[in-house]
Structures are given as structure tokens and as C-alpha cells.
Design a binder for this molecule. Structure first.
Ligand code: C2E
Ligand code: MG
Ligand code: MG
Ligand code: MG
Length: 276
């Protein structure tokens, strides 16, 4: 009887694993078809100056508009896109869409686009970006590329030279989710970042937890010491915004200012903000 129970347990886990594998394959298959069908939409979330409130830019955040499942979060398909290699065509589509839409945002200084580590390290990444810039007739100084710390881990020299190549064309770089990865300060100093984005997990608890507030304060001063533009992510309350301002961060992004919204809503939000 114990043996039978054991077999049932194994059977249960095998079934569960099979379900997971099947689900993953189905998702990947759907994703492969979604790219040529362009079933994606970019949402935009503004970044504002903590002092003036001026809109300095916006981050493009992808959503998959699945014909049956509806809106799917990037957290649920970017990992699969990375594992399957689909991140290369998907990343190019996202970047092209952002460049095309940038023409409808003449009053927005720049747009930030998330670039996954695998995409950045592809041998033809720079050529792909260059081609899209040419095709869409966009000036690279209106685009900021967001990399996470995992992108730097691979090969620091390759990363630095690729970044410098793109910077010489006019692109700027932001280090996303700062504080959640494994990067050492030595790495940070060797790479030509312009912007440091403090992960929202540090901002989230500043009011309740003095240790979190201490870490957030330290990260802001670190960014300033390295001469970087410091952005606080996940600003959900007025207190969060005031904290960033007091500590000398430069800009803020979060639900308190605006949720990520489709392009037309972003334009409407910006127009209303400018006209009062
Ligand atoms: P991220 O680049 O760090 O983007 C910020 C995430 O925080 C977004 O989630 C945004 O909606 C969310 N957020 C913004 N303000 C607040 C706030 O006040 N409170 C809370 N709780 N959350 C806030 P989203 O859009 O679900 O994107 C999740 C992650 O997926 C992104 O994190 C990024 O790593 C990845 N991602 C999104 N779009 C793309 C893309 O086009 N390409 C790639 N490679 N990755 C992307
Ligand atoms: Mg980002
Ligand atoms: Mg982030
Ligand atoms: Mg994140």
C-alpha cells in the first residue's frame, strides 16, 4: 500500500511536470505566431522631475494582446521569449514600434526601452538597432536603453565596448532595477551608464522600515557620487515622492504619477498636464 501511495505521488508529479512543459510549449508556440501578427502593444509610463514635475521621458512597457487570453504581462512571456530565442525578433519589433510611436510624442524628450541581456549580447544587436533608427528616422538621443545588472555579468569588456559604440551614436543607458542583482561597484564604475533606476522594492517600504529608507538613501547618494541621473521606481504615494526629493534623487516614476497606459492615453495625460 505504501508502494502504491509512492507510485501515486510520483505519478502526480509526473502529471504536473507534463502540464508545465505542455503549458510552456503552448505559450512558446503562441508567442512565435504572435510576433509576425504583431499582437503587442506598448504602454507608456512617464518619468517626471521631482522638483519641477516636468515630464523628462517615458518608459515603454510591452503587453501581449492575446486573441483568446487577453492582455498578458511581460513577466509572463519575456522569460519564455528569452529561453526560446524569440526575444531577438520580439525585441526588434518592440524597438521599432517605440521608434515609430516616438513621432507622435514631439514634446516628450525621450523614451526608454527595456533591452534583455540576451538581446543585448546578440552579435548583430548594434546593426539591428542602427537599421531601425534609419528606417524610422529617429534621432538616437531620444532613446534610452534600459539594461539590468544581469546584462553586465557576462563579459564586462564586451558590454562596455558595445555600450560605447551605441553611446557614440547618441543613445543613453539606464541601469534598471538597481540593487536587486549581483553587480559590484567596480562593474558599475567601468560601464558608461547615464541613469541609475532604483528598484521599487527599496522605495516600497521606506515609510514603514527605517532600514529600507537607509538603503534607499545610500543608493541615491551612490548614484549621485558616480554622477548618474537617479530615478526612483515604484513611486506610489506623495510620501515616496517627497522622500526622493529630500534625498536628492532627480526623477520619479510610479503609479502615483501615472500607471503605464497606451500611447493615445499617454498623449492625453501629457496634454492635460501641460495645459493644467
Ligand atoms: P521594469 O523595466 O523594472 O518596469 C517597471 C515595472 O514596474 C513595470 O511592470 C511597471 O508597470 C511596474 N510599475 C511601475 N510603477 C509602479 C508602481 O508604482 N508600483 C508597482 N507595484 N509597480 C509599478 P511591467 O510593465 O509588468 O513590466 C515588468 C518587467 O517586464 C519590466 O520591469 C521589464 O523588466 C520587463 N519588460 C517590460 N517591457 C519589456 C520590453 O519591452 N522588453 C523587455 N526585454 N522586457 C520588458
Ligand atoms: Mg525598465
Ligand atoms: Mg525597473
Ligand atoms: Mg523590474
Amino acid at each position: 500500500e505504501a508502494k502504491a501511495a509512492g507510485r501515486n505521488t510520483i505519478k502526480f508529479f509526473q502529471d504536473e511536470m507534463e502540464k508545465t512543459v505542455k503549458y510552456k510549449l503552448a505559450l512558446e508556440n503562441d508567442l512565435r505566431q504572435a510576433i509576425p501578427k504583431k499582437q503587442f502593444e506598448l504602454y507608456y509610463q512617464p518619468q517626471v522631475c521631482v522638483n519641477s514635475g516636468n515630464v523628462l521621458g517615458a518608459e515603454a512597457l510591452v503587453r501581449w494582446i492575446h486573441p483568446e487570453k487577453g492582455l498578458i504581462s511581460p513577466l509572463d512571456f519575456i522569460p519564455s521569449a528569452e529561453q526560446s530565442g524569440l526575444i531577438h525578433p520580439l525585441g526588434a519589433l518592440i524597438f521599432r514600434t517605440a521608434c515609430e510611436q516616438l513621432h507622435s510624442f514631439p514634446k516628450i524628450p525621450r523614451i526608454s526601452v527595456n533591452i534583455s541581456a540576451k538581446q543585448f549580447h546578440a552579435p548583430n544587436f548594434v546593426e539591428t538597432i542602427e537599421q531601425i533608427i534609419k528606417d524610422t528616422n529617429i534621432s538616437p538621443d531620444r532613446l534610452e536603453l534600459e539594461l539590468t545588472e544581469s546584462a553586465m555579468l557576462a563579459d564586462i569588456e564586451e558590454t562596455a565596448s558595445k555600450m560605447n559604440e551605441l553611446k557614440s551614436m547618441g543613445f543613453t543607458f539606464a541601469l534598471d532595477d538597481f540593487g536587486t542583482g549581483y553587480s559590484s561597484l567596480t562593474y558599475l564604475k567601468q560601464l558608461p551608464f547615464d541613469v541609475l533606476k532604483i528598484d521599487r522594492s527599496f522605495i516600497a517600504n521606506i515609510m514603514e522600515d527605517p532600514e529600507h529608507a537607509g538603503i534607499a538613501t545610500a543608493v541615491i547618494s551612490l548614484g549621485k557620487a558616480l554622477d548618474l541621473h537617479v530615478v526612483g521606481e515604484g513611486v506610489e504615494t506623495e510620501d515616496h515622492l517627497h522622500f526622493l526629493k529630500r534625498q536628492g534623487a532627480h526623477s520619479a516614476q510610479g503609479y502615483y504619477i501615472s500607471r503605464p497606459v497606451p500611447a493615445d492615453q499617454f498623449i492625453a495625460w501629457h496634454t492635460q498636464r501641460m495645459t493644467g
